[in-house]
Design a binder for this molecule. Structure first.
Ligand SMILES: Nc1ncnc2c1ncn2[C@@H]1O[C@H](COP(=O)(O)OP(=O)(O)OP(=O)(O)O)[C@@H](O)[C@H]1O
Ligand SMILES: [Mg+2]
Length: 259
């Protein structure tokens, strides 16, 4: 299930604007990788290229390659819909479908994939995904109630359940805790620790403690100035990035001197 991601010479554009330049990175299966760096350096932009969500923006495109276990996501004839099924995404703000029940929210992605599932199969998927997202016990008696009726932290775990219901290989998370209180944040961090047994996980975060708590590897991105492209400055073991980085800018950023 969990897979290796290899990024080679990636440039990312919004029409003429080059937002991210020259990223090379290998992300190993069953690891958590944190993306850190100041606002506007291209973390979200780069993250979205890992499941071809970037190109849904008119004029947006990439150069270079992103391979998942050797298969180029941008290869000829590759269906972006299948890519997004293989590489799931969780966003900054919990975004359950407002009119759907908890149960239907979990199944939304599965149904979108046009899979016909029996009642007992879907019961299994709902329970397994909610267990996986560590939400089952809190909602098992109210599965038919609206997903919007949950707390923020529960909604975010519901979105994680929805993402893992389709059994992706990779899970991308863009600041998944930034709208959550500290207790819910810790619940999500514990969950990430569990999920990495099964998935390759990439998380964008502005929270340095969070990066050091949850990730095995950390990638520091930076920009030279307004209008300049974001670049990957340093990518290493999280402990190294936080205690003994090789680049001065990394040291300045992780110690809170800018950003
Ligand atoms: N839809 C878009 N169209 C044009 N430019 C965009 C678009 N989205 C982002 N950008 C630009 O791309 C650059 C990188 O933005 P991005 O959102 O990836 O940064 P980020 O590192 O995620 O920042 P933050 O930490 O604030 O979320 C910025 O200059 C931004 O203005
Ligand atoms: Mg962002």
């Amino acid at each position: 299930m969990s897979k290796r991601i290899e990024v080679d010479g990636l440039n990312v554009y919004y029409s003429k604007f080059k937002a991210v330049e020259g990223v090379d990175m290998t992300i190993e299966p069953r690891t958590v990788t944190a993306f850190i760096g100041p606002s506007g350096c291209g973390k979200s932009t780069f993250l979205r290229t890992l499941n071809r969500m970037h190109e849904v923006i008119p004029g947006a495109y990439v150069e270079g390659s992103v391979k998942i276990d050797g298969d180029d996501l941008y290869g000829q004839g590759v269906d972006p819909v299948l890519v997004r099924r293989q590489v799931g995404m969780v966003f900054q703000r919990p975004n359950p479908f407002p009119t759907m029940s908890i149960r239907d929210n979990v199944l939304a992605g599965v149904k979108l994939n046009n899979k016909r599932v029996s009642k007992s199969e879907s019961d299994d998927i709902v329970e397994r995904s909610l267990q996986g997202a560590n939400l089952w016990n809190e909602v098992k008696d109210r599965l038919e109630k609206p997903g919007m009726g949950l707390s923020g932290g529960q909604q975010q775990r519901l979105c994680i359940a929805r993402a893992i219901a389709v059994q992706p290989d990779v899970l991308l998370m863009d600041e998944p805790c930034s709208a959550l209180d500290p207790i819910s944040t810790l619940a999500i961090e514990d969950l990430i620790e569990e999920l990495k047994k099964e998935f390759t996980i990439v998380i964008v975060t502005h929270n340095m403690q969070q990066a050091s708590r949850v990730s095995d590897k950390t990638a520091f991105f930076n920009i030279a100035g307004t209008g300049a492209p974001g670049k990957l400055i340093e990518f290493d073991d999280t402990a190294t990035i936080f205690s003994n980085p090789s680049v001065q800018a990394t040291e300045d950023y992780v110690s809170g001197r800018f950003g």
